[in-house]
Design a binder for this molecule. Structure first.
Ligand SMILES: Nc1ncnc2c1ncn2[C@@H]1O[C@H](COP(=O)(O)OP(=O)(O)OP(=O)(O)O)[C@@H](O)[C@H]1O
Ligand SMILES: [Mg+2]
Length: 374
């Protein structure tokens, strides 16, 4: 036990405050606020790493929010359209932190999910701000997903965290640009895992936080007859719109356009075969993002330079999937050099549509191995 004198000298650790801001137009205020909070004995944290290299979501951000007592959301035009700012704010609200919105200008747009909170201006209301930081955690009413159109992952699902993070990075990398239709693609050959990867992306908590108005999943497919009414109705349902306005093609198109314009939503268009099919569904929406999957590189090239090239599984992933199917821990599989995975080649990478048994010739077969161990 420390002596009483040493104990009394221990300074309480400062209350940690996460500052959420858009790199595009909130950086100056964020730095001023950081300096003020540091002088006022708080422990401010703001992400300065990405300013030059383009914004991204990182584990550092997650840890910093989770370890903070409060989050100050600097509201600007830029933060309003930023999926990263939304994800930061929503994460803090979900974790029951004190969340304080600070308006960079009185006209700054206010996200719906922050609407019930007390807004502050800085530096005009700096004393109030300090008081707020000591207040109880925010009781926010978080948006609920009413109708989920995202398909379920396969029963034996192997999470591909690195691939999900890479697609999420692309999806978020339009931050700061002035695109009103931001499109990202996941491309690759048939059966490579585009749809399943996109399902995993849609289930990622940060992606869900970034699009609080919802995620709409629209499947196109090769045989689609081009009738977009049912597809738009599904999207509308997922985003909580009244379906009565979607009764004929023209009304449907207009309503879909109007709906998306004001939303912060993710619209996934899976399995696109014709560019015309995709174009019907891309509409102006500065806070939404569109993501499509396709086998056709020419559609990708025509629509976006933000694309993820889905590839065969890494050796580690192939083994993890095989282990799932074999119902064993991946550490208990035979060593990679004694087995070959997949129909592709011998390099340990395999198809993702079915994990095939390792080739028999001269190598350990899975059933033999399991027989020997089970
Ligand atoms: N991460 C994964 N975990 C488990 N199984 C997977 C995974 N990814 C893909 N699969 C399996 O591979 C099959 C094909 O994957 P998916 O449907 O995602 O391919 P795709 O690239 O979308 O194909 P297509 O071009 O035909 O649309 C899935 O039905 C599933 O069985
Ligand atoms: Mg698919």
């Amino acid at each position: 036990m420390p002596p009483a004198s040493a104990k009394s000298k221990t300074k309480p650790s400062p209350r940690r405050v996460f500052i959420s801001y858009a790199r595009k137009d909130g950086a100056t205020l964020a730095h001023q606020l950081r300096d003020f909070l540091a002088q006022s004995n708080f422990g401010p944290w703001l992400d300065t790493h990405q300013i030059d290299g383009g914004a991204s979501w990182s584990r550092n951000i997650e840890d910093a929010i989770d370890n903070s007592h409060a989050l100050i959301a600097i509201l600007t035009e830029g933060s309003y359209v930023s999926e990263i700012c939304r994800a930061e704010q929503m994460r803090a609200l979900r974790a029951g932190k004190t969340v304080i919105p600070v308006l960079a200008k009185s006209t700054a747009p206010r996200p719906l999910f922050l609407e019930t909170l007390n807004y502050r201006q800085f530096p005009a209301q700096q004393n109030e701000l300090v008081k707020d930081l000591g207040a109880k955690p925010t009781q926010a009413v978080l948006p609920q997903l009413r109708y989920d159109t995202v398909p379920s992952p396969p029963q034996k699902f192997m999470p591909r965290e690195n691939a999900v993070a890479a697609v999420r990075h692309l999806l978020f990398s339009s931050e700061g640009s002035s695109e009103s239709i931001a499109v990202t693609a996941v491309a690759g050959m048939d059966g490579i895992g585009k749809t399943v990867l996109t399902i995993a992306l849609c289930r990622d908590p940060t992606v869900r936080d970034a699009f609080p108005d919802g995620i709409a999943w629209i499947t196109i497919g090769r045989e689609w007859n081009g009738d977009f009414v049912p597809r738009m109705r599904e999207a509308a349902k997922a985003l909580g719109d009244d379906l009565a306005a979607y009764d004929n093609p023209i009304a449907c198109q207009t309503q879909y356009r109007n709906l998306l314009r004001g939303k912060a939503a993710l619209v996934v268009i899976d399995d696109v075969w014709k560019i015309q099919h995709l174009e019907q569904l891309l509409v102006d929406s500065p806070r939404s993002r569109f993501l499509f999957t396709t086998r056709d590189k020419s559609i990708v090239r025509a629509k976006t330079n933000r694309f993820y090239a889905a590839d065969v599984l890494s050796t580690q992933e192939a083994r993890a999937l095989l282990a799932l199917w074999a119902n064993v821990e991946s550490g208990k599989l035979p060593p990679a050099e004694s087995a070959r995975f997949g129909r592709q080649n011998a390099e340990g990478v395999g198809p993702v549509d079915q994990p095939h048994a390792p080739h028999a010739e001269g190598r350990l077969r899975l059933d033999q191995w399991l027989g020997g161990n089970g």
